[in-house]
Design a protein around this ligand. Structure first.
Ligand code: IMP
Ligand code: MG
Length: 181
């Protein structure tokens, strides 16, 4: 059983993706990424905090030289609905000119966050921009963004766990689930 005896899991209505399913899908994604970037040095732009565990697991399965840049960007502010506003503080000394960038985030929902980051990566002169998400919601995206790697497509429901939060909680769940209403 999963190591949460005191009840984080008990707040879930149901588990959508269990830990082994997540891990085996990530291993397959890592092989795809490694094949696409073969012979290159990757600059990974990882969107925090939601992408924390996805990025950690994916990157450790990719046997290519890389550097890692974390960023905070979000269109959510502690609720279950997108605010439509993207906050994107940019690291001061980041030089992406001619770099091969792998942009990673936990989930593609409205598309506003990844769209904003992709715009900025283009402005900064990246040579390659490939984007990966663990989850993509089946919904109309406020902004259609090009995504090269998708772990799982899910219905348009609010999910928590494996990095994703509701009001700061549930990130530490090893699985991904739907909260009880
Ligand atoms: P977007 O800009 O609407 O695509 O949203 C992206 C960000 O919102 C993601 O990086 C997540 O951090 C957060 N988010 C979107 N959907 C969910 C969800 O179902 N659960 C938790 N966080 C979510
Ligand atoms: Mg996020």
């Amino acid at each position: 059983m999963l190591p949460h005896p005191t009840g984080v899991l008990s707040d879930l209505d149901r588990v959508l993706l269990d830990a082994p399913s997540i891990q085996s899908r990530i291993a397959a994604m890592a092989r795809e990424v490694a094949a696409d970037f073969d012979g290159k040095v990757i600059t990974v732009i990882a969107i925090m905090d939601g992408g924390l565990f996805f990025v950690a697991d994916l990157l450790r399965a990719i046997d290519l030289p890389m550097r890692l840049v974390t960023m905070s960007a979000s269109s959510y502010h502690g609720t279950t609905k997108s605010s439509g506003q993207v906050h994107l503080p940019w690291p001061a000394s980041l030089d992406l000119k001619d770099q091969h960038v792998l942009l990673l985030d936990d989930i593609l929902d409205t598309g506003l966050t990844l769209g904003a980051v992709q715009d900025r990566l283009k402005q900064e002169g990246a040579a390659t921009i490939r984007t990966g998400v663990l989850l993509k919601k089946r919904r109309e995206h406020a902004r259609e963004v090009a995504v090269d790697y998708v772990g799982f497509e899910i219905e348009d429901e609010f999910v928590v766990g494996y990095g994703m939060d509701y009001q700061g909680r549930f990130r530490n769940l090893p699985c991904i689930g739907i909260l009880r209403p």
